[in-house]
Design a protein around this ligand. Structure first.
Ligand SMILES: NC(=O)c1ccc[n+]([C@@H]2O[C@H](COP(=O)([O-])OP(=O)(O)OC[C@H]3O[C@@H](n4cnc5c(N)ncnc54)[C@H](O)[C@@H]3O)[C@@H](O)[C@H]2O)c1
Length: 418
């Protein structure tokens, strides 16, 4: 702890204080107690729109000051890092202003609501990086120890040549047609529905685990409930209708399904939905290579299934690895083997990695360029779905250096029967 106290401080200003605001606040409070850091984060100021609610949240979450205008938050001399926990419609404006003001940025996913916004953000991040200003997008599931360990196994070649990536992200919080029309169900706030909310995570994870960006997709999307009651109040995934009869149109997808190709030859399937009754946060991914396979389910996040196909067939098979050993990613900061981590720890790990990158003067991952690569896939999914599920190449142009390389070949456009 002495080294923590003598390390320099970095002031954090956070905008938004509901679901992600709470998760990030917890992580900012905890990270220096779990990990050795080059700088100690100080929770300088919380940004929001309504003073009374903001004040109450700041007290509960542990922020020293409040600002009702995010521009004032960015301008504060005690804020060196801006953490954006608002809906996607405000990400570009806040992030670009912060980067131009010389403040490091952590921005929640999806990076933006459109490719154009994401391109502007990636360009601002590249320009800022030349001045030593860092940026990261919050694809927090990369920081689940089992998934970080999965990436290590793939990088070490334990799966051999990758053939299949099979992934789903299933939730059920809008099964009820009377669930109100919250911001996540409106295109102007969220950009898209299950696609940008959940699909963005599994696209990023697939690209992270495989180590290259998707080169094309064929997709369909569906909105099962097209009108919903107007909300009285909402935060995170919880909401209540206002009791009046007024309803409004749902302008995003409830579910998105798509196929994809990786330039290295692997093929992939994706399913993102918020109406899979009984599935709460089932982010699942299975990857098959010619020497082995692995499988993960976020509802059992401390476990990774691994099959080594080079073992004798008589005894080979999937085995369950409990990813809680000191040698597993991020476990050096936590409990004895078998004691288990939760959803909240992924955010603590995210802050750990960001602070290390800033302290060591290097770009963190996932970068805004990674966020743009995801955004291009989301846009291609929507284009394909609007065009009878036609094969739609994803062109990764104008991406800043440092991440996965662009596809080495262009897929021949083919039409998939709708
Ligand atoms: N990494 C993850 O696993 C994960 C999980 C959930 C949400 N998210 C992302 O986090 C972001 C926020 O989602 P959430 O679930 O926290 O939403 P939420 O509705 O719970 O909270 C949004 C917060 O932003 C505030 N806000 C909205 N517009 C604002 C504006 N213009 N200026 C200032 N404050 C504003 C609201 O008052 C609220 O405090 C979204 O981009 C979402 O996709 C990420």
């Amino acid at each position: 702890m002495d080294s923590q106290h003598s390390s320099p401080e970095i002031g954090v200003g956070m905008v938004g204080y509901a679901f992600m605001g709470q998760a990030h606040s917890h992580a900012w409070r905890s990270v220096a107690s779990a990990f050795d850091l080059p700088m100690r984060p100080v929770m300088a100021a919380l940004g929001g729109r309504e003073q009374a609610a903001l004040q109450q949240a700041a007290g509960r979450l542990g922020w020293a000051a409040t600002e009702t205008d995010w521009r004032a938050l960015i301008a504060r001399p005690d804020v060196a890092l801006v953490d954006i926990c608002t809906p996607g419609s405000s990400h570009a404006e806040i992030a670009i202003a912060a980067l131009e003001a010389g403040k490091h940025v952590l921005c929640e996913k999806p990076l933006a609501n459109t490719v154009e916004e994401a391109e502007a953000m990636a360009a601002a991040a590249t320009a800022a990086a030349r001045r030593g200003v860092r940026s990261m997008v919050g694809f927090s599931y990369r920081r689940a120890p089992a998934l970080a360990f999965a990436r290590r196994l793939i990088t070490e070649g334990r799966l051999g040549t990758l053939r299949h990536v099979r992934t789903q992200y299933l939730q059920d919080w809008i099964v009820d047609p009377e669930f109100p029309l919250v911001w996540r169900l409106k295109r102007e706030h969220a950009g898209s529905g299950a696609l940008g909310d959940l699909g963005a995570h599994i696209v990023d994870l697939a690209q992270f685990l495989v180590g290259e960006p998707l080169s094309g997709v064929a997709a369909l999307t569906e909105t099962f409930v097209r009108e919903r009651p107007l909300p009285a109040a909402s935060a995170g995934l919880a909401a209540a209708a206002d009791g009046a009869a007024a309803r409004g149109p749902v302008t995003v997808d409830d579910a998105a399904l798509f196929l994809g190709r990786f330039p290295g030859g692997a093929v992939a399937s994706f399913e993102a939905t918020r109406v899979a009754s009984g599935r709460k946060n089932a982010l699942r991914i299975e990857i098959n290579g010619d020497q082995g396979s692995l499988a993960f389910d976020m509802e059992r996040m401390n476990e990774l299934e691994f099959h080594d196909h080079t073992e004798p067939a008589a005894t080979a098979g999937f085995r369950r690895i409990l990813v809680t050993e000191p040698d597993h990613p991020y476990l050096e900061g936590w409990w004895p083997p078998g004691h288990g981590l939760g959803y909240d720890h992924t955010f603590v790990h995210q802050m750990r990695d960001l602070i290390h990158a800033i302290g060591e003067d290097r770009d963190p991952e996932p970068s805004f360029a990674d966020g743009l690569r995801v955004q291009r896939v989301l846009a291609a999914v929507e284009d394909s779905a609007a065009n009878g599920s036609a094969w739609t190449p994803v062109v990764h142009t104008g991406v800043a250096p440092g991440g996965p390389q662009p596809p080495s070949r262009t897929d021949t456009p083919v039409t998939v029967a709708p």
